[in-house]
Design a binder for this molecule. Structure first.
Ligand code: NDP
Length: 504
């Protein structure tokens, strides 16, 4: 760590000396002064980002005009800094519980009524939130997913180049794990059936999946507890890791913020990659399985499945399948290449995704929106349009990034950049800069529409996801502005709209 800190410090000093045109002599003075200051505050060891702030608190041509004045460290916070992080860590679990209590078996409340039901639910029977049985189910699920990840074979793939120029290797077995999980759940129970007295048949049948619906509340609590536990483990172990393994955004030195945003980029236990595992497997497959549990419950109640329940399982199942089929793409996403693994991702993957994204299926267990065949047809069309845009755009960029000369993308117009990386300016990426997000959102809207118009609560996904995608687009725009410099502005002139051409 000391060697790292010294190297970073020297690099920064030379950078600023160049920037300000300092002589070697001035640079020596600056070095002496800076190291004294850094040593006294111990900042260089904790965070190079704070060190940058220390060295360059404002664009002043003189290094430190008044040494007695303590310069303010510059820390780049997202999500509203430590206060925002606390808000998210308290608020998001409450939203999951809120949705559960607002939308129950007897009624799905309107907006105002929901508030009363939520407060009642959270304060009425506090002990009811936790159940050891549900905790056991959740832990068995997690253990089962780890075992499958460990034993299933898959193609080997390398991640992007890391700061130390190394690349981590991954086994792409997520798609197989999706089908293996479904096979175990649907055919994993063994029954002996008597035929004519002594002949015995073995029947492979499904596990009692409606249990998921019955223990939904306890499962939410289990996932929240597990996410906090995992985040604590991740934070504690990250403190022993060298700086080169940490994410840039997770080294502010503020414990609460770093715990939330995540310090270590790719935490691993031997070759078991905790972040990539959580991103795609237990939470995402878990979401599809919760939906299946809701379908089982509806079948148990009614003796048949309604069309919206069938469609929501198919639509969302397709979304989960798609993510796992194109598993390789996760290795180049912002989550994997840039963000540290902390509460934000752990909670998002393991609690938020499965328990808020399955709201429509849970709603449909007890409510029939009575949609006409024409309405259902329109919803199917919307889903098809959304999926076509989403898959078309994502596949086009993936193919282009992997091999710009491949036959599928060689005909597209591109723009050169000083960074040496080309940008697509025709095809899907010429229509709008975040056209893939638009397709994704349209699919989400089609899921919500399956719940009809009796209440706005099942539309939570479309509203929340719209906000998430706009925020994510702003974050990515900011990062691309930093990566590509002036070229990014030129690219934006070529493709002026973010989501919908001529509108937004
Ligand atoms: P993108 O797939 O949009 O990737 C953004 C990156 O693509 C940029 O940083 C840039 O990186 C590259 N890029 C941008 N414009 C161009 C261009 N014109 N030509 C070539 N490369 C370009 O972002 P995400 O990783 O956020 O999203 C991936 C998918 O996942 C999306 O479809 C999104 O909807 C979905 N998603 C779903 C979520 C959910 O909860 N359901 C949550 C988050 C995402 P560089 O140039 O360095 O390669």
């Amino acid at each position: 760590r000391l060697r790292n800190a010294a190297a970073v410090g020297e690099e920064l000093l030379r950078y600023f000396a160049d920037l300000r045109g300092l002589s070697e002599e001035d640079l020596d003075d600056l070095r002496r002064e800076t190291y004294l200051a850094l040593a006294s505050t111990n900042m260089a060891l904790d965070s190079p980002r704070r060190a940058i702030g220390y060295l360059n608190p404002n664009p002043n041509p003189h290094p430190n005009p008044n040494p007695k004045t303590e310069p303010q460290p510059m820390v780049e916070y997202e999500f509203g800094g430590p206060a925002g992080a606390v808000g998210v860590m308290v608020g998001l679990p409450l939203v999951i519980y809120g949705l559960y209590f607002a939308c129950g078996a007897d009624t799905c409340a309107t907006e105002l009524g929901a508030l009363g039901r939520v407060t009642e639910g959270l304060t009425g029977d506090f002990g009811g939130l936790y159940s050891a049985y549900a905790m056991g189910l959740f832990m068995m699920w997690m253990a089962g997913q780890v075992v499958l990840e460990r034993i299933l074979p898959g193609e080997a793939a390398l991640g992007v180049e890391l700061k130390d120029k190394s690349r981590l290797s991954y086994v792409l077995s997520g798609h197989l794990q999706f089908w293996a999980t479904l096979a175990v759940l649907l055919f994993g129970a063994v029954e002996y059936a008597d035929a004519d007295g002594d002949l015995r048949f073995i029947k492979f049948t499904s596990l009692p999946l409606s249990l998921i619906y019955d223990h939904y509340l306890g499962l939410i609590t289990a996932s929240v507890i597990f996410s906090f536990g995992l985040s604590t483990y991740l934070y504690a172990t990250s403190l022993t890791k060298p700086m080169v393994k940490l994410a840039d955004g997770g080294q502010t030195g503020n414990v609460v913020y770093d715990f939330f945003i995540g310090r270590e980029l790719n935490p691993r236990i031997f070759d078991f990659d905790l972040k990539v595992f959580c991103e795609l497997r237990p939470g995402l497959i878990g979401w599809a399985v919760i939906n299946l549990g809701c379908a089982f419950k509806q079948y148990e109640n009614l003796g048949y499945l309604t069309a919206p329940m069938l469609l929501v399982n198919l639509f969302q199942g397709l979304y989960v399948w798609d993510a796992l089929y194109y598993e390789r793409a996760i290795l180049t996403t912002m989550d994997v290449t840039t963000d540290g693994f902390g509460f934000m991702l752990a909670f998002g993957d393991l609690a938020w995704v499965p328990f808020t994204y399955s709201l429509q299926a849970r709603y449909l267990v007890d409510h029939d929106p009575g949609l006409s065949s024409a309405a259902l047809l329109c919803i199917v069309l919307l889903k098809v349009v959304g999926y076509t845009i989403f898959r078309g755009a994502n596949s086009q960029k993936d193919a282009f990034r992997r091999d710009p000369n491949s036959t599928t993308v060689a005909h597209l117009k591109t723009m050169d950049t000083k960074r040496g990386r080309k940008l697509l300016i025709s095809g899907w990426w010429g229509v709008a800069r975040k056209i893939n997000y638009t397709g994704d959102w349209l699919m989400g809207l089609s899921w919500c529409l399956l719940c009809g118009f009796d209440t706005i609560i099942p539309y939570f996904y479309a509203i929340y996801f719209g906000v998430l995608l706009v925020h994510r687009a702003i974050r990515d725009d900011h990062m691309c502005g930093q990566k590509y410099g002036d070229d990014w502005a030129k690219y934006k002139a070529h493709v002026p709209y973010a989501f919908i051409p001529y509108v937004f």
